[in-house]
Design a protein around this ligand. Structure first.
Ligand SMILES: [Zn+2]
Length: 169
């Protein structure tokens, strides 16, 4: 079965704790245990930003029920925090993972210019990948996305701006 044309580039998390340095071999083993013929994703992005190849892009993946044909699956390792446990999916991608994702998706879009960049949760009932991929990708496209966390406003500025915003009756 052919995986063309590619309509969706689907982002996932591995639903593993952020302190676990998993990679493609770990995910492949998990997926073989679940009866898949190989790792279900086409790409794995490790916590350090290393991009690893899963299935060949031309092979239909096993990552998004009902939409595997005509999609490419990218999995960022992580998505869970010890503090919130196994049932709360979050966006805890490292800066290196975000940067690697942007590079990879741009490369894939060059090959598949008609593809939409979406999250797993846009195509099915799941929290994966823990954030709104469409709006994140839109912000990447317009250049407003930062690969670093937005810095906190220093307390001194917060204090003075509060002082300046006095509403008078
Ligand atoms: Zn997923």
């Amino acid at each position: 079965m052919t995986n063309a044309p590619v309509r969706y580039i689907v982002l996932h998390y591995s639903a593993s704790y952020a302190d676990l340095d998993l990679g493609v071999e770990d995910i492949r083993r998990m997926h073989l245990d679940r009866g898949f013929s190989d790792v279900g994703y086409h790409y794995i992005i490790k916590r350090d930003g290393t991009v690893q190849k899963g299935r060949a892009d031309s092979i239909v993946g096993a990552h998004v029920a009902g939409h595997n044909t005509g999609s490419l699956g990218i999995c960022c390792i992580g998505g869970l925090e010890r503090a919130t446990g196994p049932n709360v999916g979050v966006d805890n991608r490292t800066d290196a993972q975000k940067a690697a994702t942007i590079r990879l998706v741009r490369d894939l879009l060059a090959t598949h210019p008609g593809a939409q960049v979406v999250g797993h949760r846009d195509l099915g009932p799941t929290q994966c990948p823990g954030f709104d991929v469409r709006s994140w990708w839109a912000s990447v496209d317009t250049g407003s996305a930062s690969t670093v966390t937005t810095p906190e406003i220093p307390p001194t500025i917060r204090r003075s701006s509060r002082g300046q915003h006095v509403m008078t009756a």
